[in-house]
Structures are given as C-alpha cells and as structure tokens.
Design a protein around this ligand. Structure first.
Ligand code: HPA
Length: 271
C-alpha cells in the first residue's frame, strides 16, 4: 500500500509543479466549484496510476489542480462510494495520496437526507461530527505507522476552528448555515421511515452514503477537516415524499452557490 501511494504521488509530482496544501472532494452539490478554479489543469483518473475509476451517473472522474481564492487547491471531481463496490482502501486511496503530496487541509462535501425537524430541503449543514454506520472501517487491517496511529482519536474529526469561520462567513453572506451530525451508511437504498427515525434518535441530523471513510483516513493522517452537506430530501415517519437520485441532484444544484461561497470564504480566510 505504501508503495502504491508513493507511485501515485510521484506521478502527480511529474505533472504538477506547485503542489497545493488544500484538497477538496466535490460531492453532489459542489461540482460547480470547478468553475471557480483559475488556471485549472484537469487530470482524468484514468491517467493516474493506481486510481480507481468512478462509475456513477453525475460523478465524473478528474483531479483538477487550480487556484481558488488565491490558494492552490486539488479538487476531486467524482469520488468513490462504497456502494459502487469499491473496498474501503480504494474509497480512501485519494486521501492517502493527498497526504503524501503534502496536503494539510481536506474539505469534503456531500448530499444528505435530513432527519432534524428544523431542516428544509436546500439547507446547507456544516458537519460538526459523524456517526459511522458503514459495516467496515477504512483502517481495518494492518496499520502502517508511517501513515498514522493504530488507534486514532476522533474527538475533533471536524475542525472547530473552521466551523467557527464558516459560521462567520455564512453570517456575512446571509446564508442560513445549519449545524449537524452526519450519519454515514453504506446505501445504496435510501432509508425506510423507521431508519430515518432511528438515526435521528441516536443523535443524527442528516444521513448519507459517503464522506465518513475519507474523514476517518484524513484524521488518521492528522489532516484538518471541514465537511459540508446539502440537505436534498427529508426523512422520518411523518414524511411521505419519496427521494430519488434526480431529486437529490436537483436540490443539490440549487444549493450549490451557498456551498461554493462558504468553501471559497474558508479557503481565503482559513487555510
Ligand atoms: N439517505 C441517504 N443518502 C442520501 C440521502 C438520503 O436520504 N439523500 C442524499 N443522499
């Protein structure tokens, strides 16, 4: 594994001179951030040794190196989901490579279903913490001490400093920014009403099928993490609307400008 990470990092160093210290995983709802990147250089995953290739509709596969708010960033256009059949090491491989390249800050974004009764479709939520309900940890198996400790703390998995900055940016821009706990599940089914209810009762505010594996690995690798989620549907025993992939995409697209403003503001001020 160490060799594969180094191989990929070495290849990217041959392609990119000025290596960013910030990486951004563009989930559903943040794809439009690529239009804000200056001097963008696009490297398809297919050209990158050892990189998995993404398969899902609405998720293209490219690493984009560029400048955002005056800072160099790597944007990951298209992520690898556990439900697609990738194993946890594949899902989190890009985060390992980012660390090997010298990245210190990871931004993650996603779409999620809201259980918190205050939430509305189209809200954006800064992730304050998560509950991992994936069947497996990306850290299961041999630990490489070069990458991080056997038993990493997850006490501040999402940077409190960046959450505070995000609140300030949202207030300045007049964006309603919710706070909440993200429940990570394997999918690919959306939840039953009883499951949404269960996730709310155990302390979750929103549920989705990504992000948690990457955040675990970023914490293992001592990166500072900021997570943001767009609420694309609501779930619970009183909710009768049926969530669909199309509806999720549509709601996420509408919230995109808010997500972009917050990420841009954070990159400008916070890293
Ligand atoms: N559940 C799980 N994942 C999701 C949802 C949901 O309701 N909405 C968007 N991603």
């Amino acid at each position: 594994m160490l060799e594969r990470i180094q191989q990929t990092a070495d290849y990217l160093r041959t392609r990119v001179a000025d290596m960013p210290k910030i990486a951004i995983i563009l989930g559903t709802g943040l794809g439009g951030l690529k239009n804000h990147l200056e001097d963008a250089m696009v490297i398809p995953y297919t050209e990158i040794p050892n990189f998995p290739v993404s398969t899902v509709e609405g998720h293209s596969g490219n690493l984009i190196f560029g400048t955002l708010a005056g800072k160099r960033v790597i944007a990951m256009q298209g992520r690898f989901h556990y439900y697609e059949g990738y194993n946890m090491k594949e899902v989190t491989f890009p985060v390992r490579v980012f660390k090997a390249l010298g990245v210190e800050t990871l931004f993650v974004s996603n779409a999620s279903g809201g259980m918190n009764k205050e939430f509305q479709v189209g809200d954006v939520m800064t992730i304050t913490d998560h509950i991992n309900l994936f069947p497996e940890s990306p850290l299961r198996g041999k630990n490489y001490n070069e990458l991080g400790p056997r038993f990493p703390a997850m006490t501040e998995a999402y940077s409190k400093r960046m959450i505070k900055l995000a609140d300030e940016i949202a207030a300045e821009k007049g964006i309603r920014l919710m706070h909440g706990v993200y429940v990570g599940v394997s999918g690919p089914t959306f939840e039953t009403p009883a499951e949404y209810e269960f996730f709310r009762v155990i302390g979750g505010d929103a549920v989705g099928m990504s992000t948690v594996p990457e955040v675990i690995v970023a914490n293992h690798a001592s990166m500072e993490v900021f997570g943001i989620s767009v609420i694309t549907d609501l779930g619970g025993k009183d909710i009768t609307e049926v969530p669909t992939h199309e509806e999720v995409q549509r709601a996420a697209q509408k919230a995109e400008p808010k997500m972009c403003e917050i990420i841009k503001g954070l990159v400008a001020k916070g890293c």
